[in-house]
Design a protein around this ligand. Structure first.
Ligand SMILES: Nc1ncnc2c1ncn2[C@@H]1O[C@H](COP(=O)(O)OP(=O)(O)O)[C@@H](O)[C@H]1O
Ligand SMILES: [Mg+2]
Length: 336
C-alpha cells in the first residue's frame, strides 16, 4: 500500500513497520493512516502487535524498518517533538491510589511544569470534562474501575495533546464503566483530539471508531469502516434448536417472520438459524411464538458476529485455537 506520508489530512501515518524481538516479528510490515480529528480503531487479538505499534508511534520503542509520522513528524528523527504532541494511556491506570483525583491531576500538571496555579486550573477543567467533579476530593482507592480509567484519560490530556494513544482503555472493565469511558473518548474527539485506540473488542471499535485497521501477526490485514468490516461477516443471527426434528418446518416459519433472509435449517442438529436486524425483538418474538404454538425448544439464542468471525473471514484462522463461537443472549459477551 503506497501511502502519501506528506498528506496533512492525517494525524498518524505508518508504512512497512517491522519490529523484531529475537527471531519473533512483533510487527511485520504494519501500516496504517489515521485521519485528523477521528477515532481510529486498531483491532486485533492478544499478541497481534497492537501495543508494539502504539509504542513505536509514541516513540517508546524503536522501529527496525519502515517509516512513521505522528502529527506530521517523523518518530525516529524527531522523537522529542512527537512526544510533546501526544498523550498515551495504557491498559493499567498510572494514577496514585492514596491521592485524590484532584491531587493526582495537579501532580501530573506540575510534572509537566505547568506551575501550581495553572496545574490547579487544568485539573479543575479536566475533572469537569471527565465527569469527576463529585469524586474529585475522594481518594482514588475508592474509585470504580470506570472512574479510574477516566482519571487516567484526564491525566493524559493535561497538555491537550494533538494525538492520543489509548491502548485497550476498557479491557477488564464492566459494561457500565466501559460505556463511561466511551463517552469520555467521544468528548475528546469533539474537542479536536485525534485518537488511536487499540482494542480486542469488535463492539468497542464499532461504537467509537470511524475507521478500523485490523491487525494480525504484526500485519494490517484489513482497513475499513465498521459497517464495511461487519458486512464481510454478515449480521446477528438467531438460532433455535427444537426438541423434535419434526418441528423444524414450523420453526422455520416462525423464524422467517423476523429474519432478514431465508432461514437455514440444519436437520442433523434440529437447528434453525437466520440473520436478524433487531436482535432482541427477534429473540422475544420467536421465543413467544414457538411457545404459543407448543413447539418444544431445546435451545434458543442470538449469535453476534464476533472478532473471531471477522478473523476467520479475513485470515482463515480463529484468533485462538479453542475460541468460542460467541454465542450470546445471556449477557455473557459483556463480561470479558
Ligand atoms: N519486549 C518484548 N520482547 C519479546 N517479545 C515481545 C516483546 N513485546 C512484544 N513481544 C511479542 O510481540 C508480539 C506482539 O505483542 P504486542 O504488541 O504486545 O501485542 P498486543 O498488544 O496486540 O497484544 C507478541 O508475540 C509478543 O509476545
Ligand atoms: Mg497490548
Amino acid at each position: 500500500m503506497a501511502l502519501e506520508l506528506e498528506d496533512d489530512g492525517y494525524a498518524v501515518q505508518a508504512e512497512g513497520l517491522v519490529k523484531r524481538y529475537g527471531p519473533k516479528r512483533a510487527l511485520d510490515g504494519f501500516g496504517l493512516a489515521v485521519r485528523k480529528g477521528t477515532v481510529h480503531g486498531l483491532l486485533g487479538p492478544n499478541g497481534a502487535g497492537k501495543t508494539t505499534a502504539v509504542r513505536i508511534l509514541s516513540t517508546l520503542v524503536r522501529l527496525d524498518e519502515g517509516r512513521a509520522t505522528v502529527a506530521g513528524l517523523d518518530v525516529v528523527r524527531r522523537p522529542r517533538d512527537v512526544r510533546a504532541r501526544i498523550g498515551l494511556t495504557g491498559q493499567y491506570a498510572a494514577v496514585d491510589e492514596v491521592l485524590t483525583g484532584r491531587q493526582n491531576l495537579e501532580m501530573f500538571g506540575r510534572l509537566f511544569h505547568l506551575g501550581g496555579k495553572r496545574a490547579r486550573r487544568r485539573a479543575g477543567e479536566l475533572l469537569e470534562r471527565f465527569d469527576l467533579v463529585d469524586a474529585a476530593d475522594k481518594g482514588v482507592g475508592d474509585y470504580s474501575g470506570g472512574m479510574r480509567r477516566r482519571l487516567d484519560l484526564a491525566a493524559s490530556m493535561i497538555l491537550a495533546p494533538a494525538v492520543l494513544f489509548l491502548d485497550e482503555p476498557t479491557t477488564g472493565l464492566d459494561p457500565r464503566s466501559r460505556g463511561e469511558v466511551w463517552e469520555s473518548v467521544r468528548a475528546l474527539v469533539a474537542d479536536g483530539t485525534t485518537v488511536l485506540l487499540t482494542t480486542q473488542y469488535l463492539e468497542e471499535a464499532d461504537k467509537l471508531a470511524s475507521r478500523i485497521t485490523v491487525i494480525d501477526q504484526g500485519r494490517d490485514i484489513a482497513d475499513d469502516t465498521p459497517d464495511g468490516l461487519k458486512s464481510t461477516v454478515g449480521g446477528d443471527r438467531i438460532e433455535v434448536v427444537v426438541a423434535e426434528r419434526s418441528d423444524i418446518p414450523r420453526a422455520v416459519k416462525v423464524v422467517a417472520r423476523v429474519a432478514d433472509g431465508e432461514p437455514e435449517a440444519d436437520e442433523a442438529e434440529s437447528r434453525v438459524h437466520a440473520q436478524v436486524t433487531d436482535r432482541v425483538a427477534a429473540l422475544t418474538e420467536v421465543a413467544r411464538t414457538l411457545q404459543d404454538e407448543g413447539v418444544l425448544v431445546e435451545d434458543i439464542g442470538l449469535r453476534r458476529p464476533s472478532l473471531d468471525d471477522v478473523f476467520l473471514r479475513l485470515t482463515g484462522h480463529r484468533t485462538e485455537p479453542s475460541a468460542s463461537t460467541g454465542k450470546t443472549g445471556t449477557g455473557k459477551e459483556a463480561a470479558a
